[in-house]
Ligand binder design. Structure first.
Ligand code: HEM
Ligand SMILES: [Ca+2]
Length: 790
């Protein structure tokens, strides 16, 4: 095998594969792949197919006739014809299902009906808002904190979201009407088998027009991610839908959440699943620091944010009675309500007579071509790794953050220490008490957790530091130029840290090879760009797999003084309450803690701070993030866990005991069928795979997402000049590749307490090769910006 592996892959020949596959090895004779396309064993697949990992071609799950092959690393792959087009298996017949043709007359009728229904829904919404006492989530409660997580930047932002969301809702209603009228089956909906041309219909006219792109691609990527892919200029833009690995499963094929595979009974309450399967155990990971947790959340916010549906005026919908004891009955509540039922005997919430945890379904977005079909959830932010959490996802948001002098971002100068600008929104945090502080950045979740605020502050400072240097090197540059070049460098740094340090720690070296996630070396360009790859955030990634991070969270943040432990903060105290940022030493202390203390292992243990007290803000109880994650998966139509096992080439589980006798017992008590297990739950229960901190299913889904974010992003920092309008020179690439998170930390510390760092901020300091060095040490090399002089 090794003989055919190009040089950069040689390192992995020693990596063993722990699981054995039932390999159908069609490949009998030798093969001679061309030097640059050695990713697949092409010869066994037909001309129009490629051998790829199953997760890269998920349509096969519903297709029996697929040919198995072997990928370059010896894993089972499949001969794939659909490429990235996972859900649209658009041919006249798929396993006995026929394409349904929608003619103009049907469309006219359906449109009229959906318009009517939409206005009825809005009318009802108004009624609920004006007449019901419990229509709104009470201020100051944990559920209000949860809603704050999908806060919008401004009124303008709200109007824009609403207008897109309403269009998507209208399409969902039209699809339902069409289904009733024509007798469409759920399978036909899953396969996207409604053939339609909406251009002549009112629905088509309501579609958001694609962005108009300049004939010459701009050197700097657009703030809103538009015009990255010439053929699909709206790919990756904010307010567009997630992509999917597998078609969703909805009870009605359109938007109603799924029920049990066994006789269609309702699924068990996510809260009961949470208390049965998840407990708070202290199992620190010996190898990785809290930074693996915190940077993970930071980068996830760059890629994805789904929004809870709100009332038209932006206020929070309540689905529970005022005292939280029961759900509001269907007829009196908002159509987007999907509350979590809390069992009466709940060991924790029972004490407070809570029978209902608020949960509101996510806002929808029309698909890119605005066609009929199952509901798609909206991503509020630019999907690309493009620093949108720092700069915002729209030109308005960016403008609000810039100082327009010397390329700088605005800061709050707190007696000489630069912090993020203070928020003017009285509702952005939990408290408005004297001396408290609440910050703004490109992302509305900045204040959710104080260690997240620290990372936002770090990258804001790094921007200003680089802008400063560039302004000195190029005194003739104006604000705009400095800003744009600095932003470009910051995005490159984010990508270098993500692909060079974060992902290898999270996924392990094997996945880096298998999914082609390794960065090139020195001054080399990458030639991986693939115009066919849709970079969009994957729904399964955002709503389940990448939420593995919640299991890594430690409920206590330790604060170290010069010689001893100074404090231990329960994290609910610092959720939407980042006022400690103003304490002189806190920022340095937090950076030290994050690069020193251990993360919790990824498993079925979650801190009580997240399952009992999240966002409690002084109340005796909070909300349960585990239950919310499970409910969100159902809200988004994620298929059950077993389907995703199959997707990554693992056999489906047949009995609960396959998770071991103890977990098996507990699983059995909350799921009727093994085919009911929620993806987020099953994924966390899997044993670690190889050198990854994750099980195989999550590992592969996450690896696939980051592969798309690289291959499908023309502006990815290392793409070559023929592809990347904002390419770096070879000399600049060498400099950018020197960057590490530890370097960024050292360069932007207050310097009050923090003087040293281990070279790899994600790995525990003191591990071999990761011993502490002084911030000034050459072991933490600097990027030389003189290569940007002109
Ligand atoms: C103290 C730390 C954290 C808190 C309090 C927190 C809280 C939350 C909350 C409230 C949501 C929204 C849930 C919903 O309504 O569906 C969420 C979503 C999410 N979280 Fe976390 N989280 C934390 C850390 C992390 C970490 C470490 C990661 C990953 C490494 C992560 C990844 C995600 C992702 C991917 C989503 C979905 C985002 C979206 O698409 O809307 N979180 N988190
Ligand atoms: Ca982004």
């Amino acid at each position: 095998l090794t003989a055919h592996i190009p040089a950069k892959r040689m390192t992995i020949s020693h990596i063993g594969h722990h699981r054995s596959f039932e390999v159908v090895d069609h490949h009998q004779h030798g093969f001679t792949p061309a030097p640059h396309v050695t990713k697949v064993y092409r010869d066994i697949c037909s001309q129009d197919a490629e051998c790829v990992l199953p997760v890269q071609c998920p349509a096969h799950v519903h297709d029996d006739g697929v040919l198995k092959c072997k990928t370059i690393l010896g894993r089972v792959g499949i001969c794939c014809k659909t490429g990235q087009n996972h859900t649209a298996l658009f041919n006249e017949k798929v396993r006995g299902h026929h394409v349904v043709h929608a003619d103009l007359e049907a469309m006219g009728d359906v449109t009229r009906r959906s318009r009517l229904e939409l206005s009825e829904l809005h009318l009802r919404e108004m009624k609920i808002l004006t007449h019901s006492r419990s229509a709104l989530v009470p201020l100051g409660t944990a559920s209000y904190g949860h809603f704050r997580n999908s806060r919008l930047h401004s009124m303008h932002d709200l109007l824009e979201v609403m207008s897109v969301a309403n269009r998507a809702l209208e399409i969902a209603l039209a699809t339902r009407a069409f289904k009733d009228r024509q007798g469409v089956t759920n399978q036909q909906l899953e396969y996207g088998m409604i053939h339609q041309d909406l251009s002549q219909t009112p629905l088509g006219a309501a579609c958001v027009p694609p962005p108009v792109c300049p004939p010459v691609p701009p050197r700097f990527r657009k703030i809103d991610g538009s015009c990255n892919n010439i053929n699909n200029p709206s790919w990756g833009m904010p307010l567009t839908p997630y992509s999917r690995l597998l078609p969703p499963v909805y009870h009605d094929g359109i938007w109603t959440p799924r029920v049990s595979e066994d006789q269609g009974q309702p699924l068990t309450s996510p809260r009961l699943i949470s208390t049965t399967l998840f407990s708070d155990e202290d199992i620190p990971n010996p190898d990785y620091t809290l930074m693996l947790m915190q940077f993970g959340q930071f980068i996830s916010h760059d890629i994805t944010q789904s929004l809870d549906t709100s009332f038209a005026n932006g206020s929070a919908i309540s689905c529970c009675s005022e005292d939280g004891s029961a759900e509001i009955p269907h007829e009196f509540r908002h159509f987007a309500c999907f509350p979590v039922v809390i069992p009466r005997k709940d060991p924790f919430f029972g004490r407070y007579s809570q029978g209902c945890m608020n949960f509101v379904r996510s806002v929808l977005a029309p698909r890119h071509d605005c066609t009929l079909g199952y509901a798609q959830q909206m991503n509020k932010v630019s999907h690309y790794i493009d620093g949108s959490a720092i700069y915002g996802s729209s030109p308005d948001q960016t403008r609000a953050l810039r100082s327009f002098e010397f390329g700088q971002l605005t800061v709050f100068d707190d007696f000489g220490r630069h912090l993020l600008p203070l928020s003017e929104d009285p509702d952005a945090c939990l408290t408005t008490e004297q001396g408290s502080a609440c910050f703004t950045s490109g992302d509305t979740r900045t204040n959710q957790m104080v260690s997240l605020t620290v990372l936002h502050t770090l990258f804001m400072r790094e921007h200003n530091r680089i802008a400063n240097e560039l302004a000195q090197i190029n005194p003739h540059w104006q604000d705009e130029r400095i800003f744009l070049v600095t932003r470009q460098i910051i995005i490159a740094e984010l990508q270098v840290v993500t692909y060079g340090e974060y992902l290898p720690a999270l996924l392990g070296e094997a996945a880096m090879e298998e999914f082609d996630l390794l960065l090139e070396r020195d001054d080399s360009y990458s030639y991986d760009y693939n115009q066919k790859v849709d970079p969009s955030a994957i729904n399964e990634f955002a709503s389940a797999a990448f939420r593995f991070g919640h299991s890594m969270v430690d409920g206590v943040l330790k604060i170290y003084g010069k010689t001893k432990l100074e404090a231990a903060i329960d994290i609910p105290e610092v959720m939407f309450h980042p006022a400690r940022m103003r304490k002189h030493e806190f920022y340095d202390q937090m950076l030290t803690t994050m690069t020193t203390d251990a993360i919790q292992d990824v498993d079925n243990s979650m801190s009580d701070s997240l399952t009992k007290y999240m966002f409690r803000a002084g109340n005796p109880f909070g909300v349960d993030l585990a239950a919310i994650n499970i409910q969100r998966g159902r809200d988004h139509g994620l298929r059950p866990y077993n389907d995703y096992r199959e997707l990554v080439g693992q056999p489906r589980i047949k009995s609960f005991e396959e998770f071991g006798p103890e977990l098996g017992e507990r699983l059995k008590s909350v799921y009727v069928s093994v085919d009911d297990i929620d993806l987020w739950v099953g994924g966390l229960l899997e044993p670690k795979y190889g050198d990854s901190v994750l099980g195989l299913t999550f590992r592969d889904i996450i690896a696939e997402q980051f592969s798309r974010l690289k291959q499908g992003d023309k502006y990815f920092f290392e793409h070559d000049p023929t592809i990347n309008p904002g390419y770096f020179t070879p000399e600049q690439l060498v400099e950018i590749r020197k960057v590490t998170l530890s370097r960024i930390i050292c360069d932007n510390r207050d310097g009050i307490l923090l003087v040293r760092q281990a070279p790899n901020a994600f790995r525990k300091p003191g591990l071999p090769g990761n011993e502490y060095v002084d911030c000034t040490s050459p072991a933490l090399p600097h990027m030389n910006l003189l290569y940007w002089q002109d």
